[in-house]
Design a binder for this molecule. Structure first.
Ligand code: ATP
Ligand code: MG
Length: 241
């Protein structure tokens, strides 16, 4: 579903590449967590995969479509249709209400009005946002804002969800709710999910964990390995040493 080969990105003034010759293959329906120290390149990686940023080298394909070599316009289109993006700070449009925020990608894609209304109603229901349709982001709790952001990410029925610390600003209970939603999408709709997180218990919900360090993948652990928790703890201990 997602193939990354020889991916590298160095920011202007960066001493070394933020992402350094990375190869990743993610199968359709896989739920992958990405962990690693601050500054190790996790967000950069996600932005590259999501087509929000352009690599210096390497290839990325999502659902059989190559993102490199595309015009900006075409990339935007593919990104909107295939990929749902969830950010730590929600990134809702403050001047739009809940319904309008959720509808935004569909409106940008010029979907028919009735189709938009139907989908928005469906998502309001699925994400338990009933009664909040006309509220503005500033009037919502963090958990509610993140649920609106998830609804917006799902509006175009993407096959891939990229989530950058989706629970980073939420307390335990709200984090758990957001994780429940992601796990359910993964289980029931076979969505492919890549989620960056700093939280061990959050990463534990994924089937596979990529440990990132200095722009490279240090290890790639499958949840079926009984020692996942041990491996993660060792990795964190090593980083703190
Ligand atoms: N827009 C930018 N311009 C220049 N350098 C950047 C930019 N964004 C990130 N960097 C640098 O690239 C490296 C990787 O950053 P990135 O944001 O990908 O890390 P991260 O693993 O997501 O960290 P965190 O866990 O703190 O979110 C860091 O050294 C950072 O300072
Ligand atoms: Mg980051």
């Amino acid at each position: 579903m997602i193939t990354v080969e020889g991916l590298s990105k160095r920011y202007p003034l960066g001493e070394r590449p933020a992402v350094d010759k990375v190869d990743i293959h993610v199968r359709q329906g896989e739920f992958v967590a990405v962990m690693g120290p601050s500054g190790s390149g996790k967000s950069t990686l996600l932005n590259l995969i999501g087509g929000l940023d352009v690599p210096d080298h390497g290839k990325i394909s999502v659902d059989g479509l190559s993102l490199h070599n595309l015009s900006e316009k075409r990339r935007t289109l593919i990104r909107r249709r295939k990929i749902g993006y969830i950010f730590q700070n929600y990134q809702l449009l403050s001047e739009l209400n809940v319904k309008e925020n959720i509808a935004f990608p569909m409106a940008m894609d010029r979907c028919p009005r009735e189709e938009i209304q139907m989908r928005v109603q469906q998502l309001i229901h699925a994400l338990d946002l009933k009664g909040k349709e006309n509220s503005f982001p500033a009037e919502l709790s963090g958990g509610q804002q993140q649920r609106v952001a998830i609804a917006r990410a799902l509006a175009m029925q993407p096959r891939v969800i990229l989530a950058d610390e989706p629970t980073g600003n939420l307390d335990r209970r709200r984090s758990y709710e957001v994780l429940e939603i992601l796990s359910r999408l993964h289980r029931e709709e076979r969505l492919t999910i890549i989620m960056v997180t700093h939280d061990l218990s959050v990463a534990g919900c994924a089937e596979r964990v990529l440990l990132f360090k200095d722009g490279r993948i240090e290890s790639d652990i499958r949840q079926t390995e009984v020692n996942l928790q041990r491996a993660l703890e060792d990795f964190l201990a090593e980083l703190q040493a």
